[in-house]
Design a protein around this ligand. Structure first.
Ligand SMILES: Cc1ncc(COP(=O)(O)O)c(C=O)c1O
Length: 471
């Protein structure tokens, strides 16, 4: 970027930034069914955005210089501990997002494991549906990963499967992870059994409730029958819960909660053997903005318990109505009955509807559904993050889904496996800065067709092309 010789005024800057966002899909309104979370309360959103700006320059690195940082963090962690029914000795921290919380959960477990195993490599035990953040954590922190297939009917990780894996790994297991719910399929693992088996083996159990923590906690308060997943389950040692998802707050804030404060210490880093200021970090970042925490605090105050109960009730009702509609559409099915507010759509046994074609057909109707590639025997699917505002759009959405399914039913599935080179050559030019093309099925089919060892390097190559800055 070339800077203007003379600085621009605020109105001009706002106009240019608005132009940059022109091709972005809207973050409010429920048309985008992944990445964004709209509680449908514009006043609360505004209060949250104001807090983000008001605290944006406060450095959360040092709560001794900025006492508001500790006040905000203690309030948010206290709320999280309450939601997860934590015991009195529990503790927590605020991180920048789900991935950072997951990495820190693995770090705490690795520190615990290495304190009693001076040699060898620890193993992270996960389901094949676990969020990729745990594979990233293992990659960064030097753990091997033992991946266990979830039950192919319920799509849940079971205690029995974990027992078999732990018997094989014996004392190398540093942490067992269960999801509440899994992102890809929206089901809560059998946490009572999984945590019990982990406890029997003396291994901590982390519950990844980044996306479901708030919806499950408030569904319970609403009187819904929710699967056990919090600290009332014996053997659960830590829980991740994101506020920037169903907390409806701007991005950059997640909670990591521990059954006991001593375990939390494994995530801390202190260093004073240098001539600068003594460093104490409770997260991966050092200097960081207090803005996201203040925004989450403001959103929590603006919505209140009643607001979250209403929001979760609406999102859940919309989920159940959309699920019922999907079950009535020939050619598609839900992969599993949703436990929270996430839905995965797959083709039914007739294989007459290609989910990737369906995503394009829905896109033409103004809806953004997230394609998820196949993995071994797990089929290609479409992910839906259903939001409170979705309740107001259920009828239009289901009418469009019926129409879009009719449009693509019977068309051959997009399969580029016969000529991968041609598919690569046809990739849209991501470097031009232009909006993505309407038809994305070919791109997703290409990712789908690539063997796993080629997929990830190819994805990196695509992103590397996207971020080619020119001076
Ligand atoms: C279950 C689960 N864990 C972890 C993450 C990672 O969160 P983030 O994208 O905030 O890093 C997600 C994101 O959707 C998730 O659904």
């Amino acid at each position: 970027m070339k800077l203007p010789a003379q600085g621009l005024g605020g109105a001009e800057i706002a106009a240019r930034l608005a132009a940059m966002r022109a091709d972005d899909p809207p973050v409010h309104g429920g048309r985008v069914l992944a990445y964004v979370y709209d509680a449908g309360d514009p006043a609360a959103t505004q209060a949250s955005l104001d807090a983000l700006a008001g605290f944006g320059e406060v450095n959360a690195l040092d709560p001794t210089t900025f006492p508001s940082v500790a006040r905000l963090e203690n309030d948010l962690v206290g709320w999280g501990l309450d939601m997860m029914q934590a015991p009195p000795d529990a503790a927590g921290l605020v991180s920048s997002g789900g991935t950072e919380s997951c990495i820190l959960a693995v770090l705490a477990a690795r520190e615990r494991w290495t304190s009693t195993h001076p040699e060898g490599r620890p193993v992270l035990v996960v389901a094949d549906t676990v969020h990729s953040a745990f594979h990233k954590a293992a990659h960064l922190l030097g753990l091997d990963v033992r991946t266990i297939p979830v039950d192919r009917t319920t799509m849940r990780l079971t205690g029995a499967a974990v027992r078999d894996a732990l018997a094989e790994i014996s004392d190398r297991a540093a942490l067992v992870v269960a999801s509440a719910p899994s992102y890809a399929h929206g089901v809560v693992d059998d946490i009572t059994d999984v945590a019990a088996v982990a406890q029997e083996h003396g291994v901590p159990c982390h519950v990844d409730s980044c996306i479901g923590g708030i919806t499950l906690a408030y569904a319970r308060l609403n009187g819904d029958d929710v699967p056990p997943m919090d600290f009332t389950v014996p053997g659960v040692s830590s829980i991740s819960l994101d506020l920037h998802k169903y907390g409806f707050t701007p991005k950059g804030v997640s909670l990591l909660l521990f059954r006991d404060a001593a375990y939390r210490l494994g995530t801390y880093f202190a260093f004073s053997a240098w001539p600068g200021y003594p460093v104490v970090n409770t997260t991966l970042q050092s200097t960081k903005s207090a803005g996201p925490m203040a925004a989450a605090w403001a959103m929590a105050q603006a919505l209140g318990d009643d607001g979250y109960r209403r929001a979760v009730r609406d999102a859940r009702e919309a989920t159940l109505r959309i699920t019922a509609a999907i079950q009535g559409i020939p050619g598609i099915r839900v992969v599993a009955e949703p436990d929270t507010t996430l839905i995965a759509i797959a083709a039914d046994s007739t294989q007459s509807v290609d989910p990737f074609r369906l995503a394009d057909a829905m896109r033409r109707r103004g809806w953004s559904l997230q394609p998820q590639p196949s993995l071994g025997d797990l089929p290609r699917t479409l992910h839906l993050t259903v939001q409170p505002v979705s309740l107001g759009t259920v009828d239009t959405f289901t009418a469009d889904l019926i129409e879009a399914s009719d449009e693509v039913r019977g068309l051959p599935w997009i399969d580029v496996s016969a000529d991968l080179e041609a598919a690569f050559a046809n990739l849209p030019d991501l470097t031009s800065g232009a909006a993505l093309p309407e038809e994305m099925a070919g791109v997703h089919a290409l990712i789908d067709a690539l063997p796993p060892e080629v997929r990830d390097p190819a994805l990196m190559a695509i992103f590397s092309a996207l971020f080619t800055a020119r001076r």
